[in-house]
Design a protein around this ligand. Structure first.
Ligand code: MN
Length: 236
């Protein structure tokens, strides 16, 4: 068994499919390893959630790789919640990783950028916060991260400014600029690499601007990030 070549192992059940994201303009896909999310990365959103943006270091939670959904324009309203919120976020995809990556080297790890929604069962997240318990049931549920196709750095460069917004039923709900991120992409990669061994295939959701709020079945969400494009998702 031990000398079996990598990739030829046999499994006792069918192995789960590899989570992946499409890439704009090509048929090959980007394989997803882990999904790291950053909390309260825009000052105005930290304030609306009742926190002081000047006093907190960045903090992280995770979603599951297969929570990313790129092959559907539908977001099924999840079970066990009556207060599901939208959070529009810039998605960063890593082509390389490591530990203790210096800020000045961090952007070399980036494969590309995308647009995503960090959908949140806010009522469950709130209960867990109050009790000092982990956030998974509020954040890491099925289909909780609708996402668009990746744009490779080789085509769009690095994105550190530009409009980011979300409309619901054509009404502006969230509006900000990538230059309002408290922790920049390079800083997030560097800090994360001091906590985890970053790997090719890792994804970072970089936090959301102010204006988060609930959605209902039938709502049409339209997200936009300048330089990345648009994401259209209907709540079903
Ligand atoms: Mn978020």
């Amino acid at each position: 068994m031990a000398d079996q070549a990598a990739g030829t192992e046999k499994f006792v059940i069918s192995p789960p499919p590899q989570a992946s994201l499409p890439i704009e303009g090509q048929s090959d896909r980007f394989p997803v390893h882990r999904v790291y999310c950053v909390g309260r990365n825009y000052a105005a959103h930290a304030v609306e959630m009742g926190h002081d943006p000047d006093k907190e270091p960045p903090f992280f939670f995770q979603k599951n790789p297969d929570n990313l959904v790129s092959d559907s324009t539908e977001f099924p309203y999840p079970k066990a919640s009556e207060d599901v919120h939208h959070e529009i976020e810039l998605l960063v995809a890593l082509k390389s990783g490591g530990e203790d990556i210096a800020i000045e080297d961090a952007l070399d790890c980036v494969y590309g950028y995308g647009i995503s929604l960090d959908m949140t069962r806010r009522d469950l997240q709130g209960e867990m916060k109050k009790l000092g318990r982990p956030w998974e049931i509020g954040k890491a549920f099925e289909r909780s991260a609708p996402a668009g196709a990746l744009l490779p750095v080789s085509e769009v460069g690095h994105l550190d400014n530009g409009e980011i917004w979300l409309k619901v039923n054509d009404e502006m709900r969230q509006s900000g600029d990538l230059n309002q991120m408290i922790w920049k992409t390079s800083e997030m990669i560097s800090i994360l690499s001091g906590l985890f061994t970053l790997q090719p295939g890792d994804i970072i959701l970089t936090g959301t601007p102010a204006g988060v709020g609930p959605v209902q079945r039938g709502d049409r969400m339209h997200g936009h990030i300048e330089g990345v494009g648009d994401l259209h998702v209907t709540v079903t």
